[in-house]
Design a protein. Structure first.
Length: 629
């Protein structure tokens, strides 16, 4: 599947005149067909594979800056892994090229060989062709510029630590038999693999198995006795909270605490709960929230602190606010303090159906605002009394899309062809400030705020609405063919550091669990980041990756700042009246189509460089380059 690294704010398709379409400005021809192409988000280098070579293309100079051939890759390998009955399928599904997030590296799979390329220099940092094993999985550790590699050698599985500065394995430790390791369902563990470096120790959760390694020697300190799906280090450095679930949406889970010295449980038995949704570490006790409720548990013994669980049948979400907890059980919410005492007289109903999604729930000033599939309202934080006597009733079969207006400390919300302004200062529910005519409303998936208004977008149309409720522009689109919808679906949700603050939509279903940390008095120490990072946070992370490589700071900062501006445009793959397939660049400010580029297939492979806005398109034995327009 094509991976697009630029910031897509909307993806839609349009039927329009073929006038003003243009061909490429420059072209790079190749001897063989180009099979894959990716762009690295740190260096900006566009990497492509053609025939038996891999090349790096500078997006600014549009020149090939390095080339790797079979002489660089080597000819020896551990054999043909595609014929392996247990693991061949894994490799068949791998892309030839993949850019490693938060790093300057690109991974390549060439003739059963695993290769890591430094995109800034074109140097092959690591090449498995000289090894007598297959690399099954790789996990980059950006904090230390190292890789954890999972290896299969004959019938054994091993873990190795790769130093990216030298390209050498620091150690290689056998941990299990191959079939034993993969007995844990690959589907269940798809999002569970996790590596954490903590001082001199590396903790690694791999396909359900939790390991502790000495980071210097690779010595296996211990292997946990049970399978786990998640783990969290406690702030005392002596314990690990582990969660065991049999399936991605398991109804029951087991939670326990291990000793970091030996991996043994310190509790007599695990806590059996409904699915865990939220954790907090208070030093001497743990707050554990699950679908059935929540309570504090003594860290040492696992015994409950509160006499009764906070009510929570069908508990969906727990939100810490100062030292209080706002939580939703089925279709109602309640606020309690750190002692489990209710701060409101009664639960507040926030939706008609307990299965309704929660699009937003949180504190706005001294109010709590909720947006669900059926209702929108505000509640006084101290009393739990609704700010508006009547809820805004949403059409549940239509999208509910909110975005935050920082200038007025309010939310703009779209539903059922109406736009509302949720202002904490008003005394009754607001009337819609705009009514619009959306052609494909059920497919809308984004609302984005601009100084002049909002942009509503989906796969088939885009509309700009002024703050006074008037329509600024409205474009509807047609796709070239059914095959493109699958491509554009993935493109629409792909983000980059160019994406500014956009939609505040979030669903509680399938949300990742994080653990936050407080002292024994309940004061927050360190909050674990959740969801999308801000540009500032991302800049730090990307800068760390560039520093690990040795990229000059000025070069990186210049590129990062340029990328942030790209939120002003959308790139739309569409069909012209003539039937030609075209990539259209649309200005989000006014809806003007500023560029149209002819493509020749239904599943184009292309990259839009966020910094230069140059477009790189694979066309058989060439890469066509279209300069910014």
């Amino acid at each position: 599947m094509k991976k697009i690294t630029f910031s897509i704010i909307l993806v839609c398709l349009v039927a329009f005149s073929a006038t003003a379409q243009r061909k490429y400005d420059e072209i790079i021809t190749t001897e063989n067909s180009v099979k894959d192409m990716v762009q690295n988000e740190i260096t900006g280098i566009v990497v492509f594979k053609e025939g038996g070579t891999v090349k790096g293309l500078d997006p600014e100079t549009k020149k090939i800056v390095w080339t790797l051939t079979k002489d660089d890759f080597g000819s020896t390998s551990a054999g043909d892994i595609l014929t392996d009955p247990d693991f061949g399928k894994l490799f068949k599904e791998k892309s030839d090229l993949s850019s490693v997030p938060r790093s300057p590296y690109v991974e390549a799979y060439i003739n059963s060989k695993y290769i890591i390329i430094n995109t800034d220099s074109g140097k092959v940092v690591y090449n498995s062709s000289k090894e007598s094993f297959w690399v099954m999985q790789s996990d980059f550790i950006p904090e230390t510029d190292e890789y954890l590699l999972t290896l299969k050698k004959d019938g054994d599985m091993a873990i190795a630590l790769l130093d990216m500065k030298t390209g050498e394995l620091k150690w290689n430790t056998t941990v299990d038999k191959a079939k034993s390791l993969f007995s844990f369902s690959l589907k269940e563990s798809a999002n569970a693999n996790k590596a954490t470096v903590h001082g001199s120790v590396i903790y690694y959760l791999l396909y359900g198995k939790l390991y502790s390694f000495d980071r210097t020697s690779g010595k296996l300190n211990w292997k946990a006795e049970e399978d786990y799906s998640r783990f969290f280090l406690t702030q005392n450095d002596k314990n690990i909270v582990v969660v065991n679930s049999k399936g991605l949406f398991a109804a029951k889970e087991y939670l326990n605490v291990l000793n970091t010295e030996n991996g043994k449980s310190i509790w007599k038995e695990s806590i059996k709960t409904k699915r865990v949704v939220y954790l907090e570490d208070w030093g001497t006790k743990l707050l554990i929230a699950h679908y059935g409720g929540f309570n504090f548990f003594d860290l040492t013994t696992g015994e409950k602190i509160w006499k009764k669980d906070a009510r929570g049948d069908g508990l969906k979400r727990v939100i810490p606010i100062d030292q209080d907890f706002l939580y939703v059980a089925e279709n109602e919410m309640m606020l309690i303090n750190k002692d489990g005492e209710k701060l409101w007289k009664k639960f507040i109903e926030i939706s008609d159906d307990k299965e309704d999604p929660i699009y937003y729930l949180g504190k706005v000033g001294e109010k709590v605002m909720y947006l669900t599939g059926t209702y929108g309202n505000m509640v006084d934080y101290k009393t739990g009394v609704k700010l508006w006597k009547r809820n805004i009733k949403f059409e549940k079969d239509r999208p509910v899309l909110p975005t935050y207006d920082e200038a007025t400390n309010s939310y703009l919300v779209y539903n059922d062809e109406k736009l509302y302004k949720f202002d904490p200062s008003i005394s009754d529910k607001p009337e819609p400030f705009a009514k619009v005519n959306i052609k494909k409303e059920k497919e809308l998936n984004s609302i984005e705020l601009f100084p002049w208004g909002v942009v509503l977008s989906g796969p088939l149309e885009v509309m700009g609405v002024n703050m006074d409720g008037t329509i600024k522009y409205h474009l509807t689109y047609t796709q070239p063919g059914e095959g493109t919808r699958r491509l554009l679906k993935s493109a629409a949700i792909a983000g980059s550091i160019g994406l500014g603050v956009g939609s505040a939509v979030s669903s509680v279903k399938g949300a990742d669990i994080t653990m936050t940390y407080r002292d024994s008095d309940g004061n927050m120490r360190t909050a674990v980041a959740k969801g999308d990072q801000t540009n500032k946070d991302q800049a730090k992370a990307y800068a760390a990756g560039s520093a690990a490589l040795g990229i000059v700071a000025a070069k990186f900062n210049s590129r990062f700042n340029a990328m942030k501006q790209n939120r002003d445009f959308s790139y739309i793959f569409a069909k012209a009246d003539s039937g030609e397939k075209i990539l259209v660049k649309v200005s989000k400010v006014d809806g003007v189509e500023v560029d149209k580029i002819i493509f020749n297939n239904n599943k184009p492979v292309y990259e839009v460089d966020p910094a230069t806005q140059n477009i790189f398109y694979v066309s058989d034995k060439s890469i066509q380059i279209f300069n910014k327009k």
